[in-house]
Design a protein around this ligand. Structure first.
Ligand SMILES: C[S@@+](CC[C@H](N)C(=O)[O-])C[C@H]1O[C@@H](n2cnc3c(N)ncnc32)[C@H](O)[C@@H]1O
Length: 575
């Protein structure tokens, strides 16, 4: 059985160590957020645990909008009416008797205006399993698609692997280019009345020094949309990501790298590879299937068209060795392939075409099979309904393609960065928000020990079931199933020592940040996959009296424009 065994050197605050649950006279009853009998799932929104996006993707804008804009303002949904305080969690979530004195009431949020909230659409899984045609808005103006312009390429833009260029006063977002290059850009989207155009660099007249020949034959204008930076050296890719983060921090949080406590680098993850070798890091690949040929491929950039691939270079060996790419998949819309790290578990999640029978699946390695029904629910067909991942000293059950970091080194890298930044102490209370299958909750629970307590909140029912299973041996962890923004105000929790939040791409938003800032945590770790949402939320945290003390960025999605950040915040002194 896993026990909490934090080293006592982690700053015992004078509380006696003790084994077992019952408080002895004079000792503090722990945990203050005790493990209740398993509560019923509280998700009222009909969320099911389904696959989180395999890689964060640029969202197709609702309307033409500069890609560097944060998610704010694009949310179609408004905040739901506040729920009243009679929710079951309210009482259970309060400190138990005998706990050290805590604040009794949540500080009222500062005067924060309406902000972005995670919408159902964002929390729900990507539509990639059963793609729907996007709503088409009739364009105005004369089409410019196919026009070729010679342009000088300017800085990299946030999202989508674009650089900014101008032609006759109009902004172009150009893919397959690099800052400082002179290229021929061929327009891929836009008309004479568009505020900006999208384009691909189809000829490079003056290359940048970071340019290389793309190792992947499926990369390039009009081809696979999975990688953005195949044409860039690994160091060059990290510099581009650092430029994006620098720009977003300045624009949305008003911070320089120095003010953010960031050394300005995006840290490489994984060992150095020989020149020209592409890191095979992607342990999950969602292939689309061409309806005519039954061959798998990957979607083109901002398109439902499929680029057939017979080998994805960034796919982990465990994915490639299954042989998904060399088979035909009649009657199937998508084939999601998962290769666990730290175990030999392999799972394939198939989405059949409406009304089609699943084909007989034979692959090159033993594999579990699941299928997605027309409501998006996942059912086990053969083998296990989960894979076992290994990270942070534990084995993690992740069911049916539920969220798990894709890079095999991501979980340990992020847990280490979070623990370094928070420096959890024995006996502290911690929140793990958007906790997935419990990764950070488990790591925090070990550090705060049995005198402390960790509450995880996650909206996916299956992820919650997995988290409860994964952390069942930890008496000091409790996992609740609901949306953070609706449950947090109902927990009755008025204060905490530490918070980890790892929201989806859209970020936490103004209201959630305001609520968190009111809990008076000693430190907060914000794990973010979108630098714009992070920078926006950092500004909200500043309004709530928190300042950024350190920021690290990790290249956990090589060859793409994505990366992951860990920001550590502390209350501004005197607040
Ligand atoms: C980026 S993942 C992080 C998961 C976990 N921290 C990890 O590292 O494995 C975000 C998680 O938040 C969940 N989620 C999305 N929107 C949510 C919301 N509004 N409230 C609670 N959880 C949410 C998703 O289901 C997903 O598991």
């Amino acid at each position: 059985m896993t026990r909490n065994t934090p080293s006592r050197s982690h700053g015992s605050s004078g509380k006696g160590a003790r084994k077992g649950g019952a408080a002895k006279p004079g000792q503090v009853a722990r945990p203050r957020w005790g493990k209740p009998s398993r509560p019923e799932a509280t998700d009222r929104d009909g969320f099911t645990a389904r696959t989180a996006p395999l890689a964060p993707e640029e969202r197709a804008p609702q309307r033409e909008q500069e890609p560097s804009r944060p998610a704010r303002g694009e949310r179609p949904e408004r905040a739901e009416p506040a729920e009243r305080g009679e929710a079951r969690e309210g009482r259970e979530g309060q400190p138990k008797g005998g706990a050290r004195p805590r604040k009794q009431a949540v500080r009222p949020p500062r005067a924060l205006r309406d902000g972005a909230r995670a919408s159902r659409a964002e929390a729900a899984p990507k539509a990639a399993r059963a793609p729907k045609a996007p709503a088409v808005k009739a364009p105005t103006g004369d089409p410019l698609v196919g026009e070729r312009y010679e342009v000088e390429v300017g800085p990299v833009a946030h999202g989508g692997g674009h650089c900014v260029a101008r032609h006759e006063g109009r902004v172009l977002f150009v893919r397959h280019a690099l800052p400082g290059e002179k290229v021929i850009a061929r327009v891929t989207e836009g008309t004479t009345t568009s505020r900006f155009l999208r384009a691909d660099a189809v000829e490079v007249l003056e290359p940048a020094k970071e340019r290389i020949a793309p190792p992947c034959p499926f990369s390039g204008p009009g081809k696979c949309g999975g990688c953005d930076w195949q044409h860039v050296t690994p160091g060059g890719q990290r510099k581009l990501k650092a430029q994006v983060l620098t720009e977003q921090l300045a624009k949305l949080a008003g911070l320089t790298p120095a003010e953010a406590g960031w050394d300005g680098s995006v840290e490489p993850v994984g060992g150095k590879l020989p020149a020209g070798r592409v890191p095979a890091w992607r342990t999950r690949v969602q292939y689309a299937v061409d309806a005519g040929s039954g061959k798998v491929g990957l979607r083109k950039h901002r398109s439902h068209e499929i680029q057939p691939v017979d080998r994805c270079l960034i796919a982990a060996e465990g994915v490639t060795e299954l042989g998904v790419e060399s088979r035909d998949w009649p009657g199937v819309v998508s084939v999601e392939t998962i290769a666990a790290s730290g175990s030999s578990d392999r799972q394939v999640v198939l989405t059949p075409a409406p009304g089609a029978q699943l084909p007989l699946v034979e692959l090159d390695r033993p594999v579990s099979i699941a299928r997605v029904d027309e409501q998006g629910n996942i059912h086990k067909v053969h083998g296990r309904g989960f894979v076992r991942e290994r990270a942070a000293g534990r084995t993690w059950r992740v069911s049916n393609g539920g969220f798990w970091q894709i890079h095999p080194e991501a979980p340990d890298t992020l847990v280490d960065a979070v623990l370094d930044g928070l420096d959890p102490q024995w006996g502290e209370n911690a929140l793990d928000l958007y906790c997935g299958v419990g990764l950070f909750a488990g790591a925090l629970a070990d550090r705060v020990g049995e005198d402390g307590a960790v509450l995880g909140i996650e909206s996916g029912k299956q992820a919650v079931a997995d988290a409860r299973h994964n952390l069942a041996a930890l008496e000091n962890v409790r996992i609740e199933c609901d949306r953070v923004e609706s449950l947090l105000p109902r927990t009755g929790i008025t204060a905490t020592d530490l918070i980890v939040l790892d929201p989806p791409r859209v970020g936490a938003g103004r209201e959630t940040v305001a609520h968190l800032a009111g809990l008076g945590a000693r430190r907060i770790a914000y794990v973010a996959c979108d630098p714009a949402a992070l920078a926006r939320d950092l500004a909200f945290f500043r309004e709530g009296g928190y300042r950024l003390v350190s920021l690290r960025a990790f290249d956990l999605f090589p060859m793409t424009h994505h990366f992951e950040c860990v920001a550590i915040l502390e209350p501004v002194k005197g607040e």
